[in-house]
Design a binder for this molecule. Structure first.
Ligand SMILES: C[S@@+](CC[C@H](N)C(=O)[O-])C[C@H]1O[C@@H](n2cnc3c(N)ncnc32)[C@H](O)[C@@H]1O
Length: 283
C-alpha cells in the first residue's frame, strides 16, 4: 500500500472505505438524539484531505453534521504537519458550527491526557457519539480498550477499519479479532464485508439498538448473514502469519528471537513499522 508524503496510507480500497464511512457516519449522526451532545473522536484522523482520494474522515464528519446537533470533535494524528493542514481545512466549520475542536498532534499516547481532561469535563453529561479508528494498519488495541472502558467514553460507539487478515500476525499469538473486540465491552457488533487479501474490514460496536444500521453497508453479527461475514474476517486460517518469512532479531532484552519479516508487512499494508515492532516486542 503506498503512503502519501503526510504519512496517510491509501490504496485501491480507499475510495470504498470513504464511501462506506460516509454512509455510516451520516446514519449515525442522523440517528443521534438532538438533546444530547455528540462526541466524535477520530484517533488516526489524517489531514482531512488527500488528492489521491478526496475528503478524509474529519471533513466527511464535519460536512455531515445535521442542523441542531451540538457536536464536539477531537482529531488526533501524530503527524504535526497533518494537524496544521487539518486546522486550516476545518477553520470554517469551527466558526459556522460553533464547535469546540481541540486537536492532538504527536502520538495518541501523548494526547491521552487531553482526552482524559475532556472526560473529566464531561463526566456529568450523558453523551453519545463515535470513536473512529482508521490506522494505517493494526491500531493500538490496548489503548483503545482502555479508552472504551473509561467513563464517559464507555458510552461511545466504536468504528474500526482494520486489516483483519493480519491481526494474528501482528499480535504474535493465537489471537483473533474477537480477542480484541470482547474487552471493548460492546453488546452489539456489526461488520462490513472484508475486502482484498488482507481482509480490510469495518467493525462497529455499540450498546444501543442501532436500527439505523440497515441503511449502511454494516450487517449485525447476530444475523445469519452478519455471522457468516464476520467469520470470514475472523478466520485465523485466512490470516497471513504462515505465509510471511521470519527474521532473526535481537529483542530489547537482548534475546535472539524469530519475528515476522516487517519489511514485507510494511510492503503489504503500508503500516507504521515502529508501532508494529514495539507491539511485537511488547514494549
Ligand atoms: C489511514 S490514515 C487516516 C485516514 C483518515 N481516517 C481519512 O479518512 O483520511 C492513518 C493516519 O494515522 C496516523 N497515525 C499512525 N500512527 C499513529 C499513532 N500512533 N498516533 C496517531 N496517529 C497515528 C498517520 O499519520 C495517518 O495520518
Amino acid at each position: 500500500m503506498p503512503k502519501a508524503l503526510n504519512g496517510m496510507g491509501y490504496s485501491d480500497y480507499s475510495p470504498k472505505k470513504q464511501k462506506d464511512f460516509t454512509a455510516i457516519i451520516q446514519q449515525h449522526l442522523a440517528a443521534a438524539k438532538r438533546d444530547l451532545p455528540y462526541y466524535y473522536l477520530d484517533l488516526y484522523s489524517g489531514e482531512g484531505y488527500l488528492p489521491e482520494y478526496g475528503d478524509g474522515s474529519p471533513l466527511i464528519f464535519l460536512k455531515n453534521i445535521p442542523q441542531g446537533l451540538c457536536t464536539f470533535a477531537l482529531f488526533i494524528d501524530r503527524n504535526a504537519a497533518s494537524i496544521i493542514r487539518l486546522r486550516e481545512l476545518t477553520a470554517g466549520y469551527t466558526k459556522t458550527r460553533k464547535m469546540f475542536i481541540p486537536f492532538g498532534c504527536e502520538d495518541i499516547f501523548t494526547v491521552m491526557d487531553l482526552v482524559f481532561d475532556v472526560l473529566k469535563m464531561t463526566e456529568e453529561i450523558d453523551l453519545q457519539g463515535l470513536v473512529y479508528v482508521d490506522a494505517n494498519g493494526i491500531p493500538d488495541f490496548n489503548l483503545l480498550i482502555k479508552l472504551l472502558n473509561t467513563e464517559p467514553f464507555r458510552k461511545l460507539d466504536v468504528l474500526l477499519n482494520i486489516p483483519a487478515g493480519i491481526v494474528k500476525l501482528h499480535m504474535r499469538k493465537r489471537a483473533t479479532i474477537v480477542d480484541y473486540l470482547m474487552p471493548m465491552a460492546k453488546t452489539t457488533w456489526a461488520v462490513r464485508e472484508p475486502i482484498g487479501r488482507l481482509h480490510w474490514s469495518m467493525l462497529f460496536g455499540t450498546n444501543s439498538q442501532c436500527g439505523w444500521i440497515t441503511d449502511t453497508p454494516l450487517i449485525p453479527i447476530k444475523t445469519e448473514m452478519g455471522l457468516k461475514i464476520f467469520k470470514k474476517a475472523n478466520n485465523p486460517k485466512n490470516q497471513q502469519l504462515g505465509r510471511l518469512k521470519t527474521l532473526r532479531i535481537i529483542d530489547r532484552a537482548g534475546r535472539s528471537v524469530n519475528t515476522p519479516d516487517f519489511r514485507r508487512i510494511e510492503d503489504l499494508i503500508g503500516d507504521d513499522n515502529a508501532a508494529l515492532e514495539s507491539s511485537l516486542l511488547g514494549t
